[in-house]
Design a protein around this ligand. Structure first.
Ligand SMILES: Nc1nc2c(c(=O)[nH]1)N[C@H]1C(S)=C(S)[C@@H](COP(=O)(O)O)O[C@H]1N2
Ligand SMILES: [Mo]
Length: 196
């Protein structure tokens, strides 16, 4: 073996989905004003198709097992940010023990924003209610006190100021989906708009 011979180059996944560019900044994209959400009245509620409700106060959320996702995020306006650092509670943890026949979820936010996704996409270690970014409280303009983080879909699915999730037996579009954005929004398949 000659020194330095490395064999065939390792095949590796491209880091950037098609049509995206890299940014080191953290752009702010909000459809409306930033709501003020005091922690002592903050709550997160999962409701099911039967009307059952499961809610967590801020201190209850913080007492659940915490995870530290290290993920790439992709905005439909074409910026991507690699290796972002968060802390939050997995939706697997929040959904544990909730009985439902629903296949769809509608996340809704303080301030009125909403976005839909298949319930399955909130499971499997792929979605969090995140409250910390880069080791500090999530800034209000980025969705603090807490936002949904679903990095395998375009970032509009990651509802800032998240307030709850409605589990539903039929799909219902949210804010951007009603305006013509894709129902699912997979960045690797460039599902930006309806029909993509
Ligand atoms: N409540 C709420 N959540 C939201 C939005 C919004 O306008 N309101 N914008 C979405 C869009 S389009 C993107 S790209 C990301 C932007 O998050 P950032 O401002 O932290 O970059 O939040 C998503 N979540
Ligand atoms: Mo976006």
């Amino acid at each position: 073996m000659s020194p330095g011979f490395q064999g065939r180059p390792r095949s590796s996944e491209p880091a950037l989905p098609p049509g995206q560019y890299l940014t080191q900044d953290f752009p702010v994209l909000s459809a409306g004003p930033t709501p003020k959400v005091p922690l002592d009245t903050w709550e997160f509620v999962i409701s099911t198709e039967t009307g059952a409700e499961y809610s967590w106060s801020w201190s209850e959320l913080m007492s659940l097992p915490q995870e530290t996702p290290h993920v790439d995020i992709h905005c439909v306006t074409r910026w991507s940010k690699l290796g972002t650092n968060w802390q939050g509670v997995s939706l697997d943890t929040l959904l544990e023990g909730i009985e439902t026949d629903a296949h769809y979820a509608l996340a809704h936010s303080y301030g009125g924003y909403s976005t839909n996704l298949p319930l399955d996409d909130l499971r499997g270690g792929r979605a969090w209610v995140a409250h910390t970014f880069d080791g500090a409280d999530l800034p209000a303009e980025h969705g603090g006190p807490a936002r949904l983080l679903v990095p395998h879909l375009y970032f509009w699915k990651s509802a800032k100021w998240v307030r709850g999730i409605r589990l539903m037996t039929s799909d219902r579009p949210g804010f951007w989906e009603t305006a013509g954005y894709h129902d699912y929004g997979d960045p690797w398949r460039e599902q930006r708009y309806q029909g993509d």
